[in-house]
Write a protein that binds this ligand. Structure first.
Ligand SMILES: [Zn+2]
Length: 637
């Protein structure tokens, strides 16, 4: 049954009260995330009936000595009215269990946040100590001794500035809630409040709504929302602006060569471009948290955490705008348009999905789409970005080993932990994903003669899944694409999404009047094929793509190349030396392998110069020209 219909039916019967009561008596033990999703929807609908009983959970986060990097947490957990939901019998009576997430959504790696917890204590409301024990890596079990309220206190060492960890120092606190706040077992639907006690005169910014008449106190309707709302606490600079009558705010911690009014103006253009795709901005307000150290971004429901190097805001400004566009677009693609396994979340285990190539790769593709539509990049810059991706993919032997779906599924063990063999057995669901989403867009435009595009797929997923609080599956995605293309795309998905077939770029690009050329010539130059890294004055073999002379003739990653034919080796020397050689010439490499010196003779290979280019086909038709114009807002040249 359609879920909305089911809710209506429930509302129209007197069964509602019985249902509500049942939901209160029976806890959410052993619920799957999917079941939890349904429960959560029902709860929202049931808001008009007697108040849902949930434990009162209040956190206070303090930072009295920022230089120690210790965030101090007090968690008050009053479960009096829901005691039956949370206590379990054990030998000594009753206990509750508090748990720390092992990962945070958006960054698909088990990070074991519990390892930074220290000085844990538990008391009842009158201050009497309660005994506790750890029962696994991330669970604290507390004997309640009949207490209705438990006060747990602990510190978390926070000295790592990334978008998915926390950092506290004399400059600021960036708080990733999943890395700081314990949750009571089986209570992920419970609402909570967070009071932040800043150091000195620091200010507090978060996407969570404020609790009225309480200083720096915020509320979260459930743990998915709480863990999705980072905090920045500092003497930050800020700028506010409205787009479509909704307030947006940038808060920036750290010095840098940024121009905040310009950032706000350009960000507003990006937001407008995204708004035009979906027709609404599904939040009350939106917060951009920017730190000018570290790197990267993490998407959230109505906020994002961005980190960008302080002195790159002029030379790499477009990269910064790409980052802004990426994280902002995620508020639809992944935060609301949710792949099967991504929300409600299981915070204690991996959440497997085959859809990251669309959730991440599609979002990466829309960076360029939004920037182009906002006129922040040119059509040529748009295609140059595709050329760069093609060059990178075509130089990865791993493209024959791992499909986009498999790379998505294995993100948990591979993407965040690349090793020296990654080039041979992996692809990035971001990079190839971006490329394949681009090709999918072209394919849909071509098949529908310009009537539809990937925008329509996004809109379809938004209205048919996100707004109906349903997650989508790989099959749903393919169907949505086929609906827009008006034909089967099974061949495309089989080859490029589920398979590892070499991409036939020209077969797809020709539809919009473009062709892809490798620029390869008959003249081959000598090459070794090892990827090298200059580490101070040491020249190190970083990785070895399969089937290259270096790979086949015995170089190892980690080898330090000391000399080439008796000459001191450096990256610049080696490339100029090789440019004088011919294919099949032999060279002698002197290398340190571990701590022993050895000599390796290598017969050089021959390789044509790669110069990947996207250019116009000869004699494009009027249809080609029109499709190109509609796509990139420029004339085909
Ligand atoms: Zn992303």
């Amino acid at each position: 049954m359609d879920f909305a219909k089911m809710i209506k039916k429930i509302l129209n019967t007197k069964l509602l009260l019985i249902y509500t009561a049942t939901a209160l008596i029976f806890p959410m033990y052993q619920e799957t995330p999917a079941q939890r999703n349904k429960t959560r929807t029902k709860k929202t609908v049931a808001a008009a009936v007697p108040k849902p009983v949930a434990p009162t959970i209040g956190y206070t986060i303090s930072m009295s000595k920022p230089w120690t990097h210790l965030l101090e947490v007090e968690m008050r957990f009053n479960y009096g009215r829901t005691k039956s939901l949370v206590s379990l019998p054990n030998e000594s009576g009753e206990y509750i269990e508090l748990k720390m997430p092992v990962w945070t959504p958006g960054s698909y790696l088990i990070r074991e946040y519990a390892r930074h917890v220290e000085s844990f204590s538990a008391k009842d409301a009158s201050g009497t100590d309660l005994t506790w024990r750890k029962t696994n890596k991330n669970t604290w079990q507390i004997d309640t001794k009949g207490a209705k309220e438990i006060v747990a206190r602990y510190n978390v060492y926070a000295n790592e500035l990334t978008v998915r960890t926390s950092e506290l120092n004399d400059e600021h606190a960036f708080i990733s809630p999943a890395a700081l706040l314990l949750f009571p077992k089986d209570q992920l639907n419970a609402p909570s409040t967070v009071k932040v006690v800043p150091f000195g005169n620091w200010k507090v910014a978060t996407g969570l709504p404020k609790v009225e008449n309480q200083t720096n106190t915020f509320r979260a309707e459930n743990y998915d929302v709480l863990y999705d709302s980072p905090f920045e606490v500092s003497d930050f600079k800020e700028i506010s602006f409205d787009v479509q009558s909704k307030p947006h705010r940038f808060v920036v911690t750290g010095e840098g060569n940024y121009d905040l009014p310009k950032i706000a103006r350009d960000t507003a253009k990006i937001i407008e471009a995204a708004y035009k795709i979906f027709g609404d901005l599904p939040y009350d307000d939106y917060l951009f948290i920017l730190n000018t150290r570290g790197g990267g971004g993490l998407e959230h429901l109505n906020s994002t955490a961005l980190q960008f190097n302080r002195f790159n805001f002029t030379t790499r400004y477009k990269d910064f705008l790409n980052l802004v566009a990426h994280e902002f677009f995620h508020l639809w693609n992944v935060k609301r348009i949710k792949p099967d396994a991504l929300g409600p979340f299981d915070y204690e285990n991996e959440n497997y999905t085959r859809l990251l190539w669309f959730a991440e790769g599609g979002t990466a593709y829309y960076e360029s789409v939004l920037l182009r539509r906002a006129d922040l990049i040119t059509a040529d810059e748009f295609t140059t970005a595709r050329e760069t991706q093609m060059l990178a993919l075509q130089n990865r032997p791993g493209r024959f080993e791992t499909s986009l779906e498999d790379a998505s599924f294995d993100a948990w063990i591979k993407y965040y932990r690349p090793d020296d063999n990654a080039i041979n057995n992996q692809i990035s669901y971001y990079d190839k994903g971006e490329l394949v989403n681009f090709l999918l867009d072209v394919e849909i435009r071509k098949a529908s003669n310009g009537a539809k595009s990937l925008d329509d797929v996004m809109r379809h997923l938004y209205t048919e899944f996100a707004k109906k609080n349903k997650n989508y599956s790989p099959e749903d995605l393919q169907k949505a694409c086929e609906l827009m293309a008006g034909k089967s795309l099974n061949d495309f998905f089989e080859k490029y999404v589920r398979g590892t077939v070499e991409i036939d770029y020209n077969a797809i690009l020709s539809g919009i009047g473009l062709r892809f050329s490798t620029g390869e010539t008959e003249n081959k130059s000598a090459y070794l094929g090892a990827n090298l890294r200059q580490d101070g004055d040491k020249l190190i073999v970083a990785s070895l793509p399969k089937e290259t002379p270096a790979y086949e003739q015995g170089l190892n990653s980690g080898d330090q190349i000391v000399a080439v034919d008796g000459n001191r080796a450096s990256q610049t020397f080696l490339s100029s030396y090789l440019s004088e050689k011919r294919p099949a010439d032999r060279i002698k490499l002197t290398v340190f392998r571990f701590d022993a010196l050895r000599e390796i003779e290598v017969t050089l290979g021959g390789r044509a110069k790669q110069d990947f280019q996207i250019t116009a086909i000869e004699n494009p038709s009027e249809d080609n020209r029109r499709l190109y114009r509609e796509f990139l807002g420029a004339e085909l040249k």
